[in-house]
Design a protein around this ligand. Structure first.
Ligand SMILES: *[C@@H]1O[C@H](CO)[C@@H](O)[C@H](O)[C@H]1NC(C)=O
Ligand SMILES: *[C@@H]1O[C@H](CO)[C@@H](O)[C@H](O)[C@H]1NC(C)=O
Ligand SMILES: *[C@@H]1O[C@H](CO)[C@@H](O)[C@H](O)[C@H]1NC(C)=O
Length: 681
């Protein structure tokens, strides 16, 4: 299907205003008032008005070609481009995107506006369904966020039937998060429902825009990106929770939260709780300015304040200046400390939506005290049964690196002192973080054995492209990285036997040359472990803390990057059980996705290039002119079972799929109780 048709097909499924309508705005009289001035200085606006502002910018040929050149040349450092042309089974159906062919198509396509160009490029990268390799432009993505006050969920009845519902806690969440806008939705309800938004909570959803709800769920799965598995992308339509620094937070889901102003309203046929007759309602989406969007009062100030490169968008020559925080930080799906900590390597996925700061309603928060060792994003609880300990871990970063390691150890030891013999690790919506914290957690739960010492993770390879090889050679020949700050410094890596490379060894050679989907590709020799001993900042105990059979990893399948590294090695090497909560019962549920090995982005690669004095190379991406981010997988982890194939494309089917009921939805403690009873019985 041609991409424009593709877009329009999705648009009509959702009842979205189409790109054609958006371009009609452009065709109207030039005397029209400035469409960005109309939304400037306002907190809540209509999505159509945001679209009018975004669509008012014509494509600037120089900017378009700059973006495409930066993205293309950065992709030379992304490990998976050629695999993603046609991913191996079981992901062939889900991932079949030839990026370079599409970038060429985009370069030859005329767009009515810069916004239309952005949507096409963004969705092209999202079709990789790889949360590491995403194009984000802050000019559009999440500059304004589109909301409805009725997050949805998929519930399973006692008889096994499944239906989409408005979440039972919808009104609580919406009135707490949108107190200044809720009256708009109250007044939008028809007839006797007016002012009774609370009566919609828990309602069964029979139709969305005149179609069965899964039409909308599946249309969203085609454009949401981030995870290879179809089931995981279906689940992104629905609400969920995540452990954050101060509390459990609420993830609204793609139905009720959009990072672009795609839809203006939704028409639903619902059956309210304790009602037999259906109600038909239409609710408007409302667009709220992102607090990170810099205030503006015109098209000119909107562009100047939000759309041009800022410090951190591009890299620096480390000989001249120090690093600014990367632009990517805003979109990393795990909190990462603001100061770059190069020594602690990250594997974290990106999304066009920022991390949620909506708080899970108080009635759904655990009431048991957080135990010693807890560090916010990692919190320990003892269950009422006196034998099940819980670690709720919302990210593998998000707290101080050393504190995370000491806290994980202390918390698990505290649980044992309190009598815990079994452990639930809840990684719902854990988007990754520090690689060595993932290795650490595996090592301390399991104890020292061949799968944890010297390496509790996966072997990896980087791509061995010509510019990458030159970077390494420059570092060696000209001693350009005396402080060992660069990723390409040989001293930062160990070979397959876990021996550190000498300072003068071009570690990308001899390359492993392969043909992938008919394209020639080159990878570095295999890299061994990178975390032990220096990356472990506490002393690991001599024995494992829990029996693998008494450990279970629980999530909604949205566990990525370092969370995948942890879950995969625990599952495949130690036999730890995995549970996915929720999801359509006839669709396979994966316990993780977007594995990678190490992620990074354009600005980091640009720092490597500039510090290696290679910015003049024809292979080097130019500085990016817009406030954008291109993420990549920089090293790819190799498989546990099929050791010569990337783990990215191997099976990660959950052992158990726990159906979500009205009592369990977004209720972590309720879920842990059922998991303990079911798995440890
Ligand atoms: C639905 O009916 C049941 C049984 O009468 C009652 O317990 C429950 O509170 C009602 N729920 C709502 C939302 O009205
Ligand atoms: C618009 O904002 C700019 C700064 O961003 C300011 O200099 C200017 O005075 C503002 N104009 C109006 C009409 O408020
Ligand atoms: C938690 O820490 C406090 C203060 O260090 C200590 O008094 C208490 O005994 C600890 N509790 C457990 C269960 O280890």
């Amino acid at each position: 299907m041609a991409p424009l048709h593709h877009l329009l097909a999705l648009v009509s499924t959702f009842g979205f205003i189409s790109v054609q309508a958006a371009s009609d705005l452009q065709a109207s009289k030039p005397a029209k008032p400035d469409p960005c001035a109309a939304i400037g200085g306002k907190k809540w606006v209509a999505p159509a008005d945001v679209r009018a502002c975004y669509s008012s910018f014509k494509v600037d040929a120089a900017i378009k070609s700059n973006i495409l050149e930066v993205v293309s040349k950065t992709l030379a450092f992304h490990t998976s481009v050629n695999y993603q042309i046609k991913a191996p089974e079981p992901f062939t159906q889900s991932v079949h995107e030839d990026l370079f062919r599409d970038i060429d198509r985009i370069s030859h396509t005329q767009y009515a506006s810069d916004y239309d160009f952005h949507i096409d490029l963004s969705r092209t990268l999202k079709r990789l369904n790889d949360g590491h390799c995403v194009w984000i432009n802050s000019c559009y993505d999440s500059s304004f966020i589109n909301y409805l006050p009725i997050p949805l969920t998929l519930l399973t009845e006692k008889d096994g039937s499944q239906s989409v519902h408005i979440v039972p806690e919808a009104f609580q969440v919406a009135s707490a998060e949108f107190p200044d806008e809720i009256s708009v939705w109250q007044n939008a309800l028809p007839g006797s429902l007016k002012g009774k938004l609370d009566s919609l909570s828990g309602a069964k959803v029979l139709l969305i825009n005149g179609r069965p709800p899964f039409d909308a769920v599946n249309a969203n799965a085609q454009i949401t990106g981030s995870y290879q598995a179809f089931g995981t992308r279906q689940n992104s339509f629905f609400s969920s929770y995540a452990r954050a620094a101060a509390s459990f937070n609420y993830i609204i889901g793609n139905f009720a939260q959009q990072s672009l102003p795609l839809a203006d309203s939704v028409n639903l046929v619902i059956q309210r709780v304790n009602h037999t007759l259906p109600d038909i309602i239409t609710l408007p989406y409302r667009s709220r300015i992102n607090p990170a969007t810099v205030p503006f009062n015109s098209s000119t100030t909107y562009r100047a304040n939000n759309c041009v490169a800022i410090p951190g968008t591009n890299g620096v020559d480390l000989h001249d200046s120090s690093l600014a925080p990367s632009t990517a930080a805003k979109f990393q799906q795990a909190p990462v400390p603001p100061t770059p900590q190069k020594k602690h390597l990250l594997n974290v996925f990106l999304d066009t939506a920022p991390l949620s700061d909506v708080v899970l309603p108080p009635a759904l928060q655990p009431t048991a005290p957080a135990l010693n060792g807890s560090f916010g994003v990692g919190t320990f609880y003892m269950q009422k049964d006196g034998k099940t300990g819980v670690l709720a871990l919302g990210s593998f970063s998000g707290a101080d690196y050393n504190l995370m390691q000491s806290g994980l150890l202390k918390g698990l030891q505290t649980l044992k002192q309190l009598g815990a013999t079994q452990l639930i690790v809840d990684v719902t919506n854990n988007g990754g973080g520090y690689i060595c914290v993932a290795h650490w957690l595996h090592r301390i739960i399991i104890g020292p054995k061949s799968t944890t010492v010297p390496e509790a993770g996966l072997d990896t390879e980087a791509r061995s492209g010509p510019l990458a090889r030159q970077i390494v050679q420059q570092i060696i020949d000209k001693n350009l990285d005396p402080n060992q700050e660069l990723l390409y410094n040989p001293l930062n890596w160990n070979d397959a036997d876990n021996v550190q490379f000498p300072a003068n060894r071009n570690w990308l050679l001899p390359a492993r040359d392969v043909t992938i989907n008919g394209r020639a590709d080159s990878f570095s020799p295999r890299l061994g472990q990178e975390c032990q001993p220096e990356g472990f900042t506490s002393t690991p105990p001599d024995v494992g803390l829990f029996e693998p059979s008494q450990v279970v990893i629980v999530s909604n399948g949205r566990c990525a990057s370092s969370c995948s590294l942890f879950s995969i090695t625990m599952s495949k090497e130690e036999g730890v059980k995995t549970v996915v909560v929720g999801g359509k019962k006839d669709v396979e549920q994966e316990y993780c996705g977007t594995v990678g090995g190490q992620s990074t982005d354009f600005s980091t690669i640009d720092t490597e290039i500039k510090t290696a004095q290679l910015k003049n190379s024809p292979l080097a991406p130019p500085d990016l002119l817009v406030h954008g981010v291109q993420g990549i997988t920089w090293r790819l982890g190799f498989g546990v079972t099929k050791t010569n194939e990337p783990e990215e494309w191997q099976e990660h089917r959950a052992d158990i799929n726990l159906p979500l009921t009205a009592a369990l939805v977004n209720n972590p403690v309720g879920i842990w109780e059922v998991v303990a009873a079911k798995v440890f019985a």
